[in-house]
Design a protein around this ligand. Structure first.
Ligand code: ISL
Length: 544
């Protein structure tokens, strides 16, 4: 039971993102049987992909870790041009991952452990194999023609505007010979954009939300929310922006009305579902607009801190910015350092485990809902992917390497010597869940202690955040709620450093969690010494 009382569950939750291909494999025999009945040719590479049953079998591990909710990246039927973000049927499970019955079992078992489950919903586009698009491209008068965005260009030579697609250089348009018009796709040509100005699309996609909410899911991570509404004139972007993917630029006001409608669908359910949106815009201020007047998204990912290196001044200004902007509205912040689209933060910070540990304290000390990406609790680094093994058109394979569960080759995936779909991350014989769970000083145990400390403290879960004076290489802030107080101190410098803090209301500061483990200066349960070690981070609580 949370200390937070009446706050909506998602405010105090720590989410854990699962990329299902890479998480765990539970039922390879079931998969072979399913694929055989669909007539799909046996493909050895598919054996090295995770499944829903694999996630279910790891729920005890996740409950042990202490997270509150999982977000599962897409598992619906998909030709996998974008590894599931190209959905061919929004209301089923790809036979690669399991069945609807497997999903129901996973959801039930998660709920039985007090874990909530949100799923990815990809509303901006479908697969080009989705029956809606198959019909849409069949003729200019097809029932679903206007469910997608078709335009004349200048013949087949020049597309209707200068928008660029994501991942591979080229226009966000493809000329379709059958009906001699262009269709819009902000991502791959296999991902045609839906036309959200068509009420039939809104209705059909609202039905998708209801389908999963009726099954009991606790909400959605909404893919590319900023893409939904488009200026009907589809105007060119200024020439200097034309080479940048348009998917990260579209910010049309019509999206807000769409979100208000969707919010009503979601809010009609007793489980208090959450809608957390991916708004990949450059500033927190722009992202904040997608919360509306507390009537659009419940939460939106705040991506700008992902642009920071392991750097105190960048992290401090991001902390200040979010604190200032969120104080002005009824909106709750979010924090994330890694996901399936970016190099992992440990890799971005240069590969040091010490830095990854300090970053964990910052992430779980910040004011707002935190999102972990599976494997960061193991301190995973990106895998090195040789050219011949690269599969993602967007070059994002490194952070999608499979999770090592056990130290022996095969790493707990039961592959009988076969390959996983991507190479393993570095040193998987040492950096795996089993080995790290046996070492109380490991980064895995640090995450577990941080999650326990957070769950036990109203200040960490809900408290206001006030930055404290600290040396340039340190970010320090105080969290306070209903008499509960914590201080978070994160050192980014390479040397030991004095950090003088105002004393607590009573007593003295005690180190509740220390990032350093065996190498740290501070010891958990002991008095704060007034200084921190190199790249060390602490959570302090008042004590005798
Ligand atoms: O993360 C980005 C850059 O690092 C963005 O450009 C990101 O690709 C974009 O915001 C959309 O991402 C989402 O939709 C894509 C899918 O490939 C990504 O995996 C998903 O997170 C298309 O569905």
């Amino acid at each position: 039971m949370s200390v937070a009382g009446a706050a909506p569950w998602w405010k105090t939750a720590v989410f854990y993102q699962i990329y299902p291909r890479s998480f765990a494999l539970g039922d390879p025999a079931g998969r072979r049987a399913r694929l055989a009945t669909t007539g799909a040719a046996f493909d050895a590479a598919r054996d090295g992909v995770g499944d829903l049953e694999g996630i279910r079998q790891k729920l005890d591990h996740l409950a042990w870790l202490g997270i509150d909710a999982i977000w599962i990246s897409p598992f619906q039927p998909s030709p996998m041009a974008d590894f599931g973000y190209d959905v061919a049927d929004f209301c089923d499970v790809d036979p690669l991952f399991g069945t609807l019955a497997d999903f129901d079992r996973l959801l039930g078992d998660a709920h039985a452990r007090g874990l909530r489950v949100i799923m990815d919903w990809v509303p901006n586009h479908t697969s080009d194999r989705h029956p809606w698009f198959v019909d849409s491209r069949s003729s200019r008068t097809a029932e679903h023609r206007d469910w997608y965005i078709w335009r004349d260009g200048t013949g087949e030579a020049t597309p209707p505007n200068n928008w660029a697609r994501a991942f591979v250089e080229g226009p966000a348009w493809t000329f379709d010979e059958a009906t001699r018009q262009w269709y819009l796709h902000l991502f791959l040509a296999e991902q045609p954009d839906l036309n959200w100005s068509n009420p039939a699309v809104v209705e059909a996609m609202s039905g998708v939300l209801r389908f999963w909410l009726d099954r009991g899911v606790d909400g959605f991570r909404i893919d590319v929310v900023l893409g939904l509404g488009k200026d009907p004139a589809l105007p060119d972007v200024p020439a200097e922006l034309a080479s940048l993917p348009y998917c990260d630029q579209n910010d049309d006001p019509s999206t807000h009305a769409i979100l208000r409608q969707l919010r009503k669908v979601v809010d009609g359910y007793d489980q208090q579902p959450v809608a957390v949106g991916e708004v990949f815009l450059p500033t927190t201020e722009q992202i904040l607009a997608y919360y509306g007047d507390n009537d659009e998204l419940h939460l939106a990912f705040n991506f700008p801190p992902m642009e920071c290196g392991f750097d105190a001044s960048c992290m401090r200004s991001q902390t200040e910015e979010a604190t200032r902007l969120f104080a002005q509205r009824v909106a709750w912040p979010t924090w994330v350092l890694s996901n399936h689209d970016r190099p992992r933060h440990r890799t971005r910070y240069g590969g040091s485990e010490r830095r990854a540990r300090a970053a964990a304290v910052l992430l779980l000390g910040w004011r707002g809902t935190a999102f972990l990406y599976a494997g960061e609790e193991l301190g995973l680094e990106d895998a090195e992917i040789p050219r011949h093994a690269q599969v993602d058109p967007g070059g994002r394979d490194g952070c999608r390497a499979p999770i090592p569960w056990q130290p022996a080759p095969g790493y707990g995936w039961g592959l009988e010597g076969g390959p996983a779909w991507l190479p393993w991350p570095p040193r998987a014989d040492l950096v795996n869940a089993e080995t790290l769970s046996e070492d109380p000083s490991s980064i895995l145990h640090l995450y577990r202690r941080l999650l326990a400390a957070r769950r036990a403290s109203a200040a960490l879960q809900l408290g206001d955040l006030e930055l404290a004076a600290a040396p340039d290489s340190v970010v320090a802030f105080r969290r306070e709620w209903a008499g509960d107080v914590r201080v978070v101190v994160v050192g980014f410098g390479g040397d030991e450093c004095a950090v003088d803090l105002d004393p607590p209301p009573e007593g003295t500061w005690i180190v509740e969690v220390a990032s350093g483990g065996r190498d740290g200066l501070a010891s958990e349960g002991e008095r704060y010494l007034g200084r921190i070690g190199p790249e060390e981070a602490l959570i302090l609580k008042p004590g005798p």
